[in-house]
Design a protein around this ligand. Structure first.
Ligand code: NAP
Length: 349
């Protein structure tokens, strides 16, 4: 994996240790077992080796089994990627307002979705999305994102999960990809503890209907209770079933559905500041339309699929395109791992 942007002067091997752009032996995701578990999931891309986190799990045949193994996709060649610490550093969440919006001093008007602590300042919630797209904009192939993914993509996917307090996902993706609870990953144990995080992120499923199978491990076996984010008018019997299974219901809207800004606010009130949205497109589109997204980590996959695949964001039109600025680009095997942050400029003209 190579860093293309911002360009650094670092030369592979200069430090005597595997460096950026140089092969770093990594068993699966960072020294952990390379075994990939079914079910972690996220866009149906699975968590990097190890099973890491969430796992999306994807049940074999249900989508994304992280690289290799049962999926038939190739295991990452030895020494092909950054180690997990390097990736985690590269994708660290902003810890302070000034870091998040370096050019926005004195201009916080746009920050309407954030929770303001009384008195002492504290870091605002930060909503990052992680999506994969083909060269022609496809956000899925035959209903799954796995065909767009790669071992390195899954490694990044898992690192992003491991950095998050909460993983937000639309019920469509949770159902279709067979989401499972996030798991604790040894490789991130110390980092998470130092950041005041529990061993694994909570999974927050956004749903109006609550038409979910509450007997699944996502609800019955999580390390951290799974959250169901819904509106106040959600079906009472389904809420009762969710609670009986161990899930926690979070209201983020007055009707049956949720409002994206309310989702951010409600999760922040529960102490979740580092938020990761894993789609799907219908949910992401609403956050984009409401200008509630701080950052997009987009994997550009070197494939063309044509067809009628959905883009990564669908939903309400925005009057003026939301403007983002490029923060970094990594490359591995033709895949580009881009990171864009919401521009402090109002929007594209
Ligand atoms: N390219 C990628 O990175 C990526 C990532 C994720 C998924 N995908 C692909 O995207 C497809 C699935 O995505 P999708 O867009 O169809 O579904 P989705 O966004 O994951 O889920 C849609 C569902 O979320 C709930 N929802 C959405 N907005 C809501 C609101 N405002 N209030 C309450 N609930 C709300 C509803 O659930 P209820 O029906 O339960 O009310 C709705 O049916 C799959 O093909 C998957 O492979 C791709």
């Amino acid at each position: 994996m190579r860093r293309l942007f911002p360009v650094t002067e670092e030369t592979p091997g200069r430090t005597g240790r595997p460096g950026v752009g140089e092969a770093v032996a990594e068993a699966g995701a960072g020294g952990e077992s390379a075994a990939r578990e079914p079910g972690v999931a996220g866009r149906d891309r699975a968590a990097p080796g190890t099973g890491a986190v969430p796992e999306a799990g994807v049940v074999p045949g249900a989508g994304r089994v992280p690289g290799g193994g049962a999926s038939g996709r190739p295991e990452p060649p030895e020494g092909s990627g950054w180690d997990l610490d390097e990736l985690a550093d590269a994708y660290a969440y902003p810890e302070a307002e000034a870091e998040a919006y370096p050019q926005a001093e004195g201009n916080r008007d746009r920050d309407r979705n954030r929770v303001r602590a009384e008195g002492a300042p504290r870091p605002s919630p930060w909503l990052r999305a992680n999506m994969v797209s083909g060269l022609d904009g496809a956000g899925e192939h035959e209903g799954r994102s796995a065909p767009l993914s790669s071992p390195a993509d899954m490694r990044v996917f898992g690192v992003l999960r491991a950095l998050a307090d909460v993983v937000i996902v639309g019920a469509g993706t949770a159902r279709g990809e067979g989401y499972r609870p996030a798991r604790a990953r040894k490789a991130f144990e110390a980092r998470r503890a130092a950041a005041g995080q529990g061993p694994a992120p909570a999974i927050a499923v956004v749903s109006a209907s609550l038409d979910l199978d509450f007997s699944r491990p996502l609800f019955t076996e999580p390390l951290v209770p799974t959250l169901l984010v819904t509106g106040a008018a959600a079906p009472g019997d389904r809420m009762a079933a969710a609670r009986a299974a161990g899930a926690q219901v979070v209201f983020a809207g007055a009707g049956a559905g949720v409002d994206p800004g309310e989702v951010v606010r409600a999760l922040a009130e529960r102490g979740h500041r580092r938020m990761l949205l894993e789609g799907g497109p219908r949910l992401l589109g609403q956050f984009v339309a409401e200008d509630a997204l701080d950052e997009l980590c987009l994997t550009l996959s070197p494939v063309l699929t044509a067809g009628r695949a959905s883009r990564i964001a669908l939903g309400p039109d925005v009057a003026v395109p939301r403007r983002f600025e490029l923060v970094s680009v990594l490359e591995d095997d033709g895949f580009l791992f881009t990171r864009y942050r919401r521009s402090t400029e109002a929007s594209a003209s």
